[in-house]
Design a protein around this ligand. Structure first.
Ligand SMILES: [Zn+2]
Length: 130
């Protein structure tokens, strides 16, 4: 590692994984270091090694590797790995907001809540009883 590289923009492994649209475990398994220069990441993205090309070929049409969570109320956002148990949320809001800040559910619709979405969100699902 060159000592004079500290001024170049670098990404940590999670950010590299986001940029390449792969899980962090895959990045680690394939030798992505804990920090990488942004230009090296761009080079990998433009000219993927075999393991990345393979992963991209396999992931077509599957569930997304990363999703953007955006607070309906304050617009705070983060990029997170979607969990299998996440339904389609009607709203995503930060933990500390009250539900009274949200628009009411439509008449006859039921509102359910999911804690622990991303690092600081709650997911709200409005659904019609069958
Ligand atoms: Zn918020």
């Amino acid at each position: 590692m060159a000592n004079n590289s500290s001024s170049r923009p670098t990404l940590n492994r999670r950010q590299v994984a986001q940029a390449l649209n792969i899980p962090p475990e895959m990045a680690a398994r394939n030798g992505i270091p804990s920090r990488m220069a942004a230009e090296e990441v761009a080079a990998i993205d433009a000219n993927p090694p075999a393991w990345l090309a393979q992963s991209r070929a396999n992931s077509t049409g599957k569930r997304p590797v990363w999703v953007e969570l955006r607070c309906y109320l304050c617009d705070f956002h983060e990029v997170a790995r979607p969990k299998k148990w996440w339904p389609e949320f009607s709203f995503v809001i930060c933990d500390f907001h009250g539900n009274s800040e949200l628009p009411d559910a439509a008449p006859g619709w039921r509102r359910s809540e999911y804690d622990g979405v991303g690092s600081r969100f709650r997911g709200i699902v409005d659904s019609q009883d069958p």
